[in-house]
Design a protein around this ligand. Sequence first.
Ligand code: ACM
Ligand code: ZN
Length: 542
Amino acid sequence: MFMRTSILRTLVALLWLVPAATLMAQNADFHVVPLPKQVKATQAGHFELDDKTLVYCPQGNKELKRLAGFLTDFVEESTGIKLTVTNAPVQRKCIRLSVSLKDKNPEAYRIRANSEIILLEGASEAGLFYALQTLRKALPTGTSQCVLIPGTEVYDAPRFAYRGAHLDVSRHFVGPDSMRRFIDMLALHNINRLHWHLTDDQGWRVEIKKYPRLTQVGSRRSETVIGHNSGRYDGVPYGGFYTQKEIRQLVEYAAARYITVIPEIDLPGHMQAALAAYPELGCTGGPYEVWRQWGVSDHVLCVGKDRTFDFIDQVLSEIIRLFPSQYIHVGGDECPKTQWKQCALCQQRIRDNHLEADGKHSAEERLQSYTIRHVAQFLKQHGRRMIGWDEILEGGLPPEATVMSWRGEAGGIEAARQGHDVVMTPNTYLYFDYYQSQDTANEPEAIGGYVPLEKVYGYEPLPAGLSAEEQKHIVGVQANCWTEYMKTYRQVEYMELPRMAALCEVQWCNPEQKNFDDFVKGRLQRLAALYRLKGYNYRAGF
Ligand code: ACM
Ligand code: ZN
């Protein structure tokens, strides 16, 4: 009894010697998602991050000031600690932001922390932004008076330049506020491309001034099928679209987070909503309805008509003005040829342009290729590059076209061999509309498939069968999210998280850095604390 009391007294006495702030302190840990290339502990003591910490930002640099604002927001959100931004040069107890890192990778960054200073250096503003994200993810969550940042040197740079996430807003609309939430989620995962699937059979979601009926008519369906094309309908009208002003605001919001928005206008198939608005653009002339069910519609653009090419050019002209992205996505997937086979005008186009069947492709497949080549040419004339799903390979493709390999990896392999740039998005690994668990009875209804977290994590985007030269054409990796079975944005989050964390290590880390056990038991657990703080709806139990 006497012994225990005396130990307790000694402990209490010792506690008086420790400053209160340090007592409350928690430690930062730079082993975050995605795992940096190097995290080196130094013997440089600890930096005490507390409300006396200043963020030094030289006067006159607006971009750095904006980034300093992100930093103070992130720190306060995670820890409750309020930092102060100053433009007066300070030597001690400050965080310094700079873009002076010399590195051949423009997205590289370095973090150096010692007891006096935390230096965040980017090779560009984007690199600096990833330094901020890493510091943010290194912090413990929950209110704290002080966070101890151990003496550390972090160096990091991404493996792939194109790190994408796709979102289908046609099947179910995602409003501007939820889009901003989605963009923030991408930024948290160091993703730098948002592939926005804006049009499909079930809804046209982008205002086009020259064709107002696209949204007046094409953005609304009278009702939606229940479940997997059950033949029963919910009887509830459904719709939504973005005005051009909203589009510009969202593109700007994403750009401020170093995310390029790539719009997709899916053509010549997946166009039934547009045909409902302008039936004269179809082979049969309609009438058509905005589709109430899921699947691939036979009602496609009639490419025998010149007015269809005018439509494509006019729509793309407005899209180009809205989206500064170099890439413009034109779909090209799943275009049934049944109506082209029956259509006199489409058959005339085939004859006029000598698109006869050859050993490899039917005349109608060559007509699709003719259409895609027109689009590629149009975009090139306007200083942009075409990207499309792997079907665009069928019937030949201009060299500057980039291919998204979705039907497994085969399309990507073939495209790289032909010298096209490729973004890998195989449904076998990276379709986030597929189930995350085999226990589907206890999951919200999904389209099918099975892509668990470990499968995503284990994906290697450079196919072993390609030569080193061919592998250089694999410019990036993307996961796709089709929303037929995601009625709410909350369900989108559930399907994205935590798989987006695994995706981002595939996009960012070198293969030798990856270790699923370390990822799932350590880094991801700490990232999930941030998910909870943000109120993200993620699939727990990993
Ligand atoms: C696709 O999944 N149809 C590209
Ligand atoms: Zn036709």
